[in-house]
Design a protein around this ligand. Structure first.
Ligand code: ADP
Ligand code: MG
Length: 475
């Protein structure tokens, strides 16, 4: 996560109480991130806020610190945080526990699949920070289990995600149960129209805060795209995985089915991969995330929705198996790599048909992407070999190896042993696939040239010549 060390500000300057500052210190935060810098003072003034900031920019502490500060040592004032998924609810709840524990703040995560009575008990008995998913929260509110539930501060986290997941009606109903006298904070990665109109209904005279994606896209990310034919997509991905040897990669797909299909294929081809999507059970999703986080799995194949907001750091590569839906989604996805000053790569596969869409994304987001040719099989083998050589050089020597070698050399020549061991290594994952994949640079240049020409031709002619929809121009 990127923080501005040169900013004069530090967490001390906000006027947070010492116990909360201790939590911040123990969490290892040194300087506030841009969104924290902007949001914390305004929230501490008691204003409503509508904030836009990308995933991984530190939104949880941005609302959590001032919100907890407002209820410390009060007689049971509460903060309610609404998040779209269970994962996010438990993630946010954990982070706030970590930051607020020295101030003695009790937190609880409230979502489906757990005892509803126990949850209600915890809330009634004095949990002060309640992080909930919309459905379960609404169940609680409707059932009347909550006694004098009147949160002082209400946070809507990942607003656009709520919208995408169809929770807007639930949110509207929830607000009917909440006190009019409250401070309301809305956080979202993007602010589409429906979120704006929701904001008009639930926020009073809000301060708008905008940490634009361009500012926060880490500069260490190399952004590349490859033009391929539709039927080459899978082989192209495999080839790129072979040549990039990513330490830990997120691969984005458009649908749940596609994530399943792709992970099955990759696993059958010998890669260590797992799928992550909304139809999996909670247990399976947690397993996948955990395996990826702990490095037991190298490739996590996910949909936007499933991966959103999850705090997975240290991703070396982000692959877009298709062009993302829109510029925000692109910026969002690639922000998963290149965190904390590390280098990262964002790789997008596009067909000639998708190229126009990608150019629009480049234009709107202002992100610098350049194209490359997919390495040929020869090139791929070469790179794979140099990877193995590097690994050999770095390989620590085990004592047993010397003993085994001594034994083996009774029956074989050293040279023979070495070639056999190398073959074993090479067999483990062979670089395979077609000789050539994708469009070469001449072909891509040609396509880009045509796209530019179409555009200038269009803007030169008077617009009335285009009465109807032109083939292929609009979606
Ligand atoms: P968002 O909600 O914007 O996606 P999070 O609040 O989940 O982001 O924060 C992402 C990660 O950054 C978390 O691991 C969090 O602990 C860490 N983080 C937040 N603020 C800071 C900070 N000021 N300095 C260092 N790390 C931070
Ligand atoms: Mg968040």
């Amino acid at each position: 996560m990127k923080t501005e060390n040169n900013l004069a500000g530090s967490f001390r300057d906000f006027g947070l109480c010492d116990e909360i500052l201790k939590g911040v210190e123990e969490a290892g935060f040194r300087a506030p991130s841009p969104i924290q810098q902007q949001a914390i003072p305004v929230i501490m003034e008691g204003r409503d806020v509508m904030a836009r900031a990308q995933t991984g920019t530190g939104k949880t502490a941005a609302f959590g610190l001032p919100a907890m500060n407002a209820i410390v040592r009060t007689n049971g004032l509460k903060v309610l945080i609404i998040t779209p998924t269970r994962e996010l609810a438990s993630q946010v709840s954990e982070e706030l526990y970590r930051l607020g524990r020295f101030a003695g703040i009790k937190t609880v995560a409230v979502y489906g699949g757990q005892s509803i009575n126990r949850q209600a008990d915890m809330i009634n008995r004095g949990a002060q920070v309640i992080t909930a998913t919309p459905g379960r929260l609404l169940d609680h509110l409707r059932s009347g289990r909550l006694k004098r539930f009147s949160p002082r501060i209400v946070v809507l986290d990942e607003g656009d995600e709520m919208l995408d997941m169809g929770f807007i009606n639930d949110i509207e109903s929830i607000f009917e149960y909440l006190p009019k006298e409250r401070q309301t904070l809305l956080f979202s990665a993007t602010i589409p129209g429906a979120i704006k109109s929701l904001a008009r209904r639930i926020l009073v005279n809000p301060v708008s805060i905008d940490v634009t994606p361009v500012e926060v896209t880490p500069s260490g990310i190399k952004q590349l795209y490859y033009v391929i034919q539709e039927r080459e997509r899978e082989e192209a991905l495999v080839r790129l995985i072979d040549t990039e040897s990513p330490q830990r990669a997120l691969i984005f797909c458009r649908t749940k089915r596609e994530t399943d299909r792709l992970s099955t294929t990759l696993i059958s081809r010998g890669y260590s991969a797992k799928a992550l999507h909304g139809d999996m059970t909670q247990v399976h999703r947690n397993e996948a995330i955990d395996a990826f986080r702990k490095g037991r799995v190298d490739l996590l194949i996910a949909t936007d929705v499933a991966a959103r907001g999850l705090d997975i750091t240290d991703v070396s590569h982000v692959f877009n198996y298709h062009v993302p839906f829109d510029p925000d989604s692109y910026v969002h996805r690639i922000g998963r790599t290149g965190r904390a000053g590390k280098k990262g790569k964002a790789i997008t596969l596009v067909t000639p048909l998708e190229l126009k869409e990608l150019r629009r994304i480049m234009k709107v987001s202002g992100e610098p992407l350049s194209y490359r040719e997919i390495p040929s099989i020869r090139e791929a083998r070469k790179r794979y070999l140099s990877g193995i050589i590097k690994k050999l050089e770095d390989q620590p020597v085990r004592e047993e190896a010397a003993e085994v070698l001594e034994e083996l050399s009774e029956t074989m020549e050293i040279h023979q042993i070495a070639t056999k061991v190398l073959s074993m290594l090479l067999d483990r994952q062979k670089v395979s696939g077609p000789k050539r994949l994708g469009l070469n640079s001449q072909e891509v240049e040609q396509m880009l040239y045509m796209l530019k020409k179409q555009k200038t031709a269009r803007s030169k002619r008077p617009s009335h010549q285009y009465g109807g929809r032109r083939r292929g121009y609009r979606r």
